[in-house]
Design a protein around this ligand. Sequence first.
Ligand code: 13P
Length: 258
Amino acid sequence: MARTPLICGNWKMNLGPHAARDLARAIVHGLPEVPFGVAMAVCPSTPCLQAVLDEIRVFDRLEGGAQDCHAALSGAHTGDTSVEALRELGCAYVIVGHSERRADHAESDATVKAKAATAQAAGLTPIVCVGETLAQREAGEAEAVVAAQVKGSLPDGVAGDGVEGHGVVVAYEPVWAIGTGKVASPADVDAMHRAIRATLAGMMADADKVRLLYGGSVKPENAAELLALDDVDGALVGGASLKADSFLAIAKAAKTTG
Ligand code: 13P
């Protein structure tokens, strides 16, 4: 099953609007070097979304996304962000359930599932993050933990993002590999992505259409071997997405379907 790889930058709580716009501009400048058949997106922090989306709107190869949303469409939720507002800004994606939010804001699978469902209903594609801690991996629980997260965090009746317009993207991000420079081995990533695909197959008919991204210390030096794996359909990139050169180099390392 040929799935278009997606290389997505998660800029986290870095950059102000001016620097974010400049980075978006530099990425757009380098896009002609990235093969067609590689989809690209960047997810700036909320105060930077407008500046970034204004910069990239005309370049449909680079899409924008947010890093979180609320499960409600609107209402009395001070400090939160609604999917309707994100859609109006022109976002295509929203990351939900990143391990930093699960940890910092005690987000449960049920919360993540509700956010993903609201995003999907509003026409955004949720990028649902899952991943085990080091302690869970060392206890031999990684696959069971991730399977439970996938079952608990995806909306009901979900489809791959190539299906019925708006589906879901799943990002496997082992917590111990995020921002640590410790990348999971290709063998571990391969095994986990196959396991996630099998879990998805028990949940939906179109499991082979769901893009599975790997995230956790992806860099130009390790991108090609990770992105070459059968069930790795792209990357969710933190630190290395904050420089246009390294982000573009990762995108150029993606296998293309054409
Ligand atoms: P790093 O690439 O900085 O490890 O971050 C990964 C991540 O959390 C992307 O969402």
